[in-house]
Design a protein around this ligand. Structure first.
Ligand code: HXC
Length: 257
């Protein structure tokens, strides 16, 4: 498929998606979301890809859902058109996805970044859920995910005031994993992705699945789930290879088996 709103590349075993609507600060319209879902599905199906990075431009990761596309929608348009249905598909990806964020990361853009497994941001990144200023509230998981990242007090502050948070505050609050200079952002994200992709793919995917369980269930249920998957890892060739390589003081060569 030829994409109009994103650019797709592969770097070694990493898939790279660059959001590309510069005229609208990468505002997320339905066409972009459909393309993003298609690209992620293709990377997910490609056995050579172990991790994906989603990034935007230096000025904007994404300035939110496309307000111009939404403005005239009626309730019936939104309901019958299944508005937002495709938006949360990224949270169902099984291989890891890293968001590399520079500049504005607002509204639906922040909701998209929070659906990735972790966020690496540049010092110029600005985060907000400004929907309240438009007479709406977040609709792609923002009211649910943000409090899980940064706690209720700060999430309420951000959602009810719509204010922007800089990268330092976002890192202090636990929203983002790392902050780097704008020039280093993509290299840092790609290096993290390459490292992840160098490990056993099924083990990485199980680790991701298990961490995500922590969001969905109780400590005892989550720990039982962890134990079951942990024990199952001893049935893989990659566990044997990983441990044998350690003992033999060499680099492991994982075969995703
Ligand atoms: C459509 C957008 C847009 C958006 C920016 N643009 N954000 N178009 N939807 N979300 C367009 C502008 O209209 C403008 O187009 C061009 O991008 C450049 O933006 P400027 O405003 O001129 O840039 P600047 O002065 O630098 O201000 C940047 C900004 C501001 C602070 C990010 O653009 C802004 O406040 N944008 C809206 C942010 C927002 O409210 N996001 C939440 C959306 S609601 P023209 O044609 O005039 O040059 C949302 C709901 C999600 O995300 C719910 C579930 C999906």
């Amino acid at each position: 498929m030829a994409y109009q709103n994103i650019i797709i590349e592969t770097r070694g075993h990493t898939g790279l998606v660059t959001l590309n609507r510069p005229q609208a600060l990468n505002a997320l319209n339905e066409a972009l979301i459909a393309e993003l879902n298609e690209a992620l599905a293709a990377f997910e199906a490609d056995p050579l890809i172990g991790c994906t990075v989603i990034t935007g431009s230096e000025k904007a990761f994404a300035a939110g859902a496309d307000v111009k596309e939404m403005a005239q929608k009626t309730y019936v348009d939104a309901y019958l058109g299944k508005f937002l249905e495709g938006w949360t598909r990224i949270s169902e990806t099984r291989k890891p996805v890293i968001a590399a964020v520079s500049g504005f990361c607002l509204g639906g853009g922040l909701e998209l970044a929070m659906m990735c497994d972790f966020i690496i941001a540049s010092e110029t990144a600005r985060f907000a859920l400004p929907e309240i200023t438009l007479g709406i509230m977040p609709g792609a998981g923002g009211t649910q995910r943000l409090p899980r990242f940064i706690g209720k007090a700060k999430a309420m502050d951000l959602i009810l005031t719509g204010r922007m948070m800089d990268a330092a505050e976002a890192e202090r609050s636990g929203l983002i994993a790392r902050v780097v200079s704008p020039e280093k952002l993509l290299d840092e994200a790609l290096a993290a992705a390459a490292r992840i992709a160098s490990f056993s793919q099924p083990i990485v995917m199980m680790a991701k699945e298990t961490v995500n369980r922590a969001e969905e269930t109780t400590l005892s249920e989550g720990s039982r789930f962890e134990r079951r998957l942990f024990l199952s890892m001893f049935a893989t060739a990659d566990q044997k290879e990983g441990m044998q390589a350690f003992i033999e003081k060499r680099k492991p060569s994982f075969r995703n088996q």
